[in-house]
Design a binder for this molecule. Structure first.
Ligand code: NAD
Length: 260
């Protein structure tokens, strides 16, 4: 088991990619805190991991709320004794042309993706820096950390911003044995993406099938969706990597949609 004795906190872990990472980490021996704004769903995921022989707890956490992030992170450390890995993954999508983009939606997007990344990082570092124990922080970026698409101004802006935070953390954290990365998935069939298909079809005046074939998979090398398991394997590889030779990196997992 690659993460035996490690503890991880995964935000947005009640669904989709976060859930997949949490389940993978638990199978690899980590104790996992399932942090999500949807507390009931977080508890259900934790219960399912525990039933499968893993170790998990559910934590109610809105990543935009400083107090909830501090308290939730502290309760994970109280339960498990330490925090080795933070996966800052919680996210939403709101699509609209810039000219019609509501300011409230823009602020909400930046708050969840960027305030959330900052607050969870700061809370985690307070534990990781103690006794130079160190740790790994992984942000869930996107191909949209590198590429732009119409209708996604706030998302693309936020996902580009995560690269900056990860690179600063790689430099600041080095002396404390903390490493930072961004994983940049292509399209993964999760509730976040399923919601976008009819929205984009409507907005762009094309069929849902065309949204999938042309917009979502058109630039991949093989027309195939990336999977939750592909992202979980990547998070596992980065989390278990034995040295700081790998830090400050953006790893794109997208069937060749974006090549670095
Ligand atoms: P999802 O909708 O399946 O899961 C997102 C989870 O985040 C949900 O459980 C939701 O309750 C939680 N969440 C939302 N707002 C929150 C908040 N304020 N505080 C705490 N939790 C909150 O979505 P997903 O596709 O698994 O996306 C996870 C991450 O991966 C996001 O950051 C997303 O931008 C990124 N991503 C997804 C794709 C994709 O194609 N699905 C591609 C690239 C990047």
């Amino acid at each position: 088991m690659k993460l035996a004795g490690k503890t991880a906190l995964v935000t947005g872990a009640a669904s989709g990619i976060g859930r997949g990472i949490a389940e993978c980490f638990a199978r690899e021996g980590a104790a996992v805190a399932i942090a999500d704004i949807n507390h009931d769903a977080a508890e259900a995921v934790a219960a399912s991991i525990n039933r499968a022989g893993g170790r998990a707890i559910g934590i109610a956490m809105d990543v935009t709320q400083e107090n909830e992030v501090e308290q939730g992170t502290n309760s994970a450390v109280e339960a498990f004794g330490a925090l080795d890995i933070l996966i800052s993954n919680a996210g939403v999508q709101i699509v609209n042309p810039i000219v019609d983009y509501a300011f409230a939606d823009w602020r909400r997007m930046l708050a969840i993706h960027l305030d959330g990344a900052f607050l969870t990082t700061r809370a985690a570092l307070r534990h990781m820096y103690r006794d130079a124990r160190g740790g790994i922080v992984i942000y869930m970026g996107s191909v949209h950390s590198h590429e732009a698409s119409p209708l996604k101004s706030a998302y693309v802006t936020a996902k580009h911003g995560l690269l900056g935070l990860a690179r600063v953390l790689a430099k600041e954290g080095a002396a404390h044995n903390v490493r930072a990365h961004v994983i940049c998935p292509g399209f993964v069939r999760t509730p976040l993406v399923d919601k976008q298909i009819p929205e984009q079809a409507r907005e762009l005046g094309i069929s849902e099938d065309e949204v999938i074939r042309k917009i979502m998979l058109g630039n991949t090398v093989d027309g195939v969706f990336t999977t939750v398991e592909d992202i979980a394997e990547t998070a596992l590889f980065l989390s278990a990597f034995p040295s700081a030779a790998l830090t400050g990196q953006s790893v794109t997992v997208s069937h060749g949609w974006h090549m670095q």
